[in-house]
Design a protein around this ligand. Structure first.
Ligand code: HEM
Length: 452
């Protein structure tokens, strides 16, 4: 229907023409059928200038080769196995000990901050084999992780105004642009520092073991040896693009899952029932009273998968996508768009449309993802209706890895702990290109008594 789309103008006098849509037919048209007419556009690349040249900012022909490269890197079974092992090890050595301390001390803590730290370490480790150590027990400064949040917050501000406005502010170094310039400096230092540490390992010093020196085990190592990525700027852009793709999305989604599970003991017990057969075989898993689930073990868990998808439906970590119109065109909804218009597709609204999801669209109900006749399979929903991972040729190439990591983390936390939301907080999204919680998410943990 035409009620799912509307036109708007930017601030008076700016000449910005916007077209908002969450109509699945329009989405299919924009993302797949006629996608060549709807690139992200040069303004998108300018908005995320710190990642200029990275896959995320490219369009058309220049996008093709880097896209093929990432797909081939992410489909290497050894690399994926390494990522799974890394996830498992970091749960055991980093997250669980920290959670056990929190539970023992009954200290409330900001789950969103903790997940940001954890995913930051995990993403950097899987990218380059170096752990930045944000989870270490002295809880070091989060300035690099905060700098990445700033890129997304100021990116949102830039999206909302014509380019000449934010470019003037950048030139004057005022307002959000000043904050962003500082964040860029922090990020440049961070990438340079991690690269130095990687080079020390490669030089075969006393740091690291043989496995750490195996180039093909880490995503970015294959870029370090590729002459196409030889320039510092392009390499940094690629690095940060991957940090963004891996860290921001998962670290934004996990707090929403824990927030929901804290309120829904019924769903928690179904998840635990699904985990029970695996857990019972692990009485002696070698990590004391804690049970860790292997990524391979969580893969077949259908209900846990449904919980994940249901969360991503209501809380997609990237809540919208921006496209630009190349030539005048007519949408399936009948709306006409003109060359140079900006299109905003709201993933957030797509997940809340009665036409797609039915009358109970606002209820959190993982069952809607289960096939009716066999509760043991996930229902297929085409990506132009379920957009959290994007749709069309630019669909997220890290989806399976992301699902693997999230299932393993959620299973392990839910099995070992009860999570509780600290009362009296207001949970609301912040203005950002990421659906993060504005005031964080304060939670308490209780260690579960194990049955066996
Ligand atoms: C909850 C987890 C994740 C979600 C919801 C998600 C979602 C998305 C979305 C919506 C896009 C399109 C963004 C845009 O074009 O503006 C995207 C692109 C991408 N994602 Fe993911 N992602 C997730 C995790 C990951 C992970 C773990 C990786 C890497 C291992 C990854 C790698 C990428 C890459 C490389 C792109 C760029 C693809 C292109 O431009 O052709 N993502 N993702």
């Amino acid at each position: 229907g035409s009620g799912l789309s509307f036109r708007a103008h930017g601030p008076p006098g700016t000449g910005m023409r916007l077209f908002f849509t969450c109509d699945p037919e329009n989405v299919r048209h924009i993302f797949t059928t006629n996608c060549a007419n709807y690139p992200k556009g040069p303004e998108f690349a300018a908005i995320f200038d710190i990642m200029d040249g990275a896959l995320f900012t490219l369009d058309g022909e220049p996008w093709r080769r880097p896209r093929a490269k990432i797909q081939s890197v992410l489909s290497s079974p050894r690399l994926v196995a390494r990522m799974a092992a890394c996830c498992r090890d970091m749960l055991e050595n980093s997250l669980l000990p920290r959670f056990a301390d929190m539970a023992r001390a009954e200290t409330p803590f900001d789950m969103q901050e903790l997940m940001a730290r954890f995913m930051f370490d995990m993403t950097a480790t899987t990218l380059i084999g170096v752990d930045p150590g944000l989870m270490s027990s002295d809880m070091p400064s989060m300035d690099v992780s905060d700098a990445m949040d700033t890129v997304m917050e100021v990116g949102f501000v830039r999206h909302m105004m014509p380019a000449y406005c934010w470019k003037a502010m950048r030139w004057l170094n005022v307002g959000p642009e000043r904050k962003l310039a500082e964040a860029h400096a922090v990020l440049r230092r961070f990438v340079a520092d991690l690269m130095e540490r990687r080079k020390l390992i490669d030089a075969g010093g006393h740091v690291g073991n043989d496995e750490d020196r195996d180039n093909m085990l880490y995503i970015l190592c294959s870029y370090m040896s590729d002459p196409d990525y030889a320039g510092d700027d392009l390499f940094r852009a690629t690095f940060l693009g991957f940090m963004l793709a891996g860290r921001d999305t998962i670290a934004t989604t996990l707090p929403w899952i824990f927030y929901i599970l804290a309120e829904r003991p019924d769903i928690v017990s179904i998840i635990r029932n699904e985990l029970l057969p695996i857990a019972s075989c692990k009485v002696d898993s070698g990590c004391g009273p804690m049970v860790i689930f292997e990524p391979e073990e969580t893969k077949p868990l259908v209900y846990l998968g449904a919980v994940l998808y249901e969360t991503l439906r209501l809380y997609p970590p990237g809540p919208f996508v921006r496209k630009t119109v190349v030539d005048d065109d007519t949408m399936p909804s009948g709306h006409v768009v003109h060359a140079g218009d900006t299109i905003i597709v709201s993933f957030h609204s797509m997940g809340r449309m009665e036409e797609v999801w039915g009358k109970d669209v606002l209820d959190y109900n993982p069952d809607r993802w289960l096939l009716e006749d066999s509760g043991n399979k996930l229902r297929y929903v085409p990506s132009h209706k379920f957009l959290a991972f994007n749709s069309g040729p630019r669909i997220c190439p890290g989806k399976d890895i992301a699902v693997m990591q999230m299932k393993t983390i959620v299973a392990t936390v839910v099995w070992n702990f009860d999570v509780e939301v600290v009362e009296g907080q207001t949970i609301q999204p912040k203005s950002s290109c990421l659906l993060q919680m504005k005031n964080g998410l304060w939670m308490k943990l209780r260690k579960r008594e194990m049955q066996h």
